[in-house]
Design a protein around this ligand. Structure first.
Ligand SMILES: Nc1ncnc2c1ncn2[C@@H]1O[C@H](COP(=O)(O)OP(=O)(O)O)[C@@H](O)[C@H]1O
Ligand SMILES: [Mg+2]
Length: 251
């Protein structure tokens, strides 16, 4: 069994609309963290949403495989059960449902069985400790009145408790001050290990100072046009995206 998240020649368009992804090829082996960078409008968030199974997009060609199995026919919940975590797939806010209850239900849905309160709280405690957070966040309604930074930190807490095999994190750094960014990075780094892979989608290099990726892929106009190590992110930071755009045209 292939231990990887594979995006194979993926083409996708807005339902009844324009093509956005035009042949994306990408492999994230379990145990690695890969970054997808690219200018605004390149299709990075669309890639994340298509992996999540967002019904607003349709795949016209290619495949998405989790450990060798196609997930294209699966709904978002089934994709979570296969081990995927997609932060931005989360509900905007859930009035009347506490953060902790929502998370316990999500964990039970993923596992397909009851999770004991003691096991659940042990996991919560560990995540809160890593994220240097107090318990008051647990009893609030999910995302209701959360600041941008709290939302992001909360997503990472959920990821830590759900223990996905592959996490897709889109612009996890946007709108965070440096202290919040460091804590989010601490959470992601705590997940690192042989049974965890992640795709970190980001416009800026900044977060990659704290979460050092195993590989960096650059997306332009719906395709990955070049890949490299962390030094590629530094080069983009210094030189911008113009030189990669030329590369994209040349190909
Ligand atoms: N649901 C949609 N409706 C209209 N245009 C869309 C939709 N989703 C994506 N797009 C367009 O597709 C392009 C890629 O968007 P996106 O994936 O958000 O790029 P990125 O995350 O790289 O900035 C943009 O031009 C965007 O306007
Ligand atoms: Mg985006």
């Amino acid at each position: 069994m292939a231990n990887e998240l594979e995006i194979r020649n993926l083409h996708a368009r807005i339902v009844d609309g324009e093509a956005i992804l035009k042949g994306v090829n990408l492999v994230v082996p379990k145990g690695q963290i890969h970054a997808v960078m690219g200018p605004n409008g390149a299709g990075k968030s669309t890639l994340g949403k298509v992996i999540a199974g967002d019904p607003g997009y349709e795949v016209t060609q290619g495949d998405i495989l989790v450990d060798g199995e196609s997930i294209l026919e699966l709904g978002p919940d089934e994709r979570a059960r296969k081990g995927l975590f997609l932060a931005f797939q989360y509900p905007v806010e859930v009035p009347g449902v506490s953060n902790a209850n929502f998370l316990r239900l999500a964990l039970q849905a993923k596992r397909g069985e009851e999770v004991s309160v003691s096991e659940f709280y042990a996991k919560l405690q560990k995540a809160l400790e890593t994220l240097e957070w107090d318990e008051s966040i647990l009893t609030r309604y999910l995302n209701d009145g959360f600041s941008g930074g709290e939302k992001k930190r909360n997503e990472i807490m959920h990821m830590m408790v759900l223990e996905p095999t592959y996490a897709i994190l889109d612009e996890t750094d946007s709108g965070l001050d440096i202290d919040a960014l460091k804590l989010v990075a601490k959470g992601v780094n705590a997940m690192r290990g042989p049974n965890f892979g992640a795709l970190l989608i980001t416009h800026y290099q900044r977060i990659l100072n704290y979460i050092v990726p195993d590989a960096v892929h650059v997306m332009i106009d719906g395709r990955i046009v070049t890949s490299g190590g962390p030094e590629l992110a530094m080069k983009l930071e210094e030189q911008g995206y113009d030189w990669v755009k030329e590369l994209a045209v040349a190909n």
